[in-house]
Design a protein around this ligand. Structure first.
Ligand SMILES: Cc1cc2nc3c(=O)[nH]c(=O)nc-3n(C[C@H](O)[C@H](O)[C@H](O)COP(=O)(O)O)c2cc1C
Length: 201
């Protein structure tokens, strides 16, 4: 089949794209509103793109009604966010935290997640996660302006917190311990249990 994007409805292109570009890691993002409400939401338009300085990018798209998501509003206001780990044990809560609730309510209460203060940003991080990346915004790049259009939030990782229990004997992250989950298309998610190793040539 062939999809000509110019004549394809946005939602159809979206569903095809997220079914093809897989698996996508999930950033479980905390942000802080102007009135002090901690917002928590998952984003699978997410990855890391370099290490000097360490950089992550994720995209809170515009809503179907064209409005901005709380996460984007908060980041535009104070330029800070925390990427928290998405592990298997939290799958249902990560999903639950994507629920649209009023801006003055926190998904922390909905998901019963506790936070602890961050070191370098005002936004708190989740307490019960394998790792948290404290980030300061370098740039926000809007791409398009209609429903599901991207807003590339480019963040510099200023502090990393890693639970010692997910490190191996050499102090490196052990995927068997992090148990990351990721998004595929439709309602599919995946675990990271079927590992294999390849040395660099
Ligand atoms: C696993 C998962 C991944 C998601 N990835 C994205 C994403 O990359 N971009 C996006 O805009 N919404 C994504 N969503 C939907 C948002 O989490 C949802 O719109 C949420 O309500 C946004 O919260 P906020 O308005 O508090 O920022 C995802 C949802 C789930 C369950």
């Amino acid at each position: 089949m062939k999809l000509d994007i110019a004549t394809t409805p946005v939602v159809d292109a979206y569903q095809m794209l997220v079914g093809l570009v897989t698996p996508r890691p999930i950033a479980w993002v905390t942000t802080l509103s102007a009135t002090g409400v901690v917002n928590l939401a998952p984003f699978s338009f997410f990855n890391t793109f370099g290490a000097n300085p360490p950089v992550v990018v994720f995209s809170p798209t515009l809503k179907r009604d064209g409005g901005k998501k709380d996460t984007l509003i908060n980041i535009e206001a104070n330029g800070e966010f925390v990427v928290n780990a998405s592990s298997e044990k939290h799958a249902e809560l990560i999903n639950l935290s994507s629920k649209m609730i009023p801006s003055d309510e926190s998904e922390l209460a909905l998901t019963h997640q506790a936070t602890i203060p961050s070191s370098s940003v005002q936004v708190p991080r989740l307490a019960d996660v394998a790792f948290s990346l404290e980030c300061k915004v370098i740039q926000i790049v809007p791409v398009g302006n209609g429903p599901i259009s991207a807003n590339l939030v480019i963040g510099q990782v200023v502090t990393m917190h890693v639970d010692d229990d997910v490190l191996d004997a050499k102090g490196q992250p052990d995927p068997r311990k992090i148990k990351a989950i990721a998004r595929l298309g439709s309602d599919y998610w995946c675990r990271t249990q079927d590992l294999f190793e390849l040395g660099r040539p």
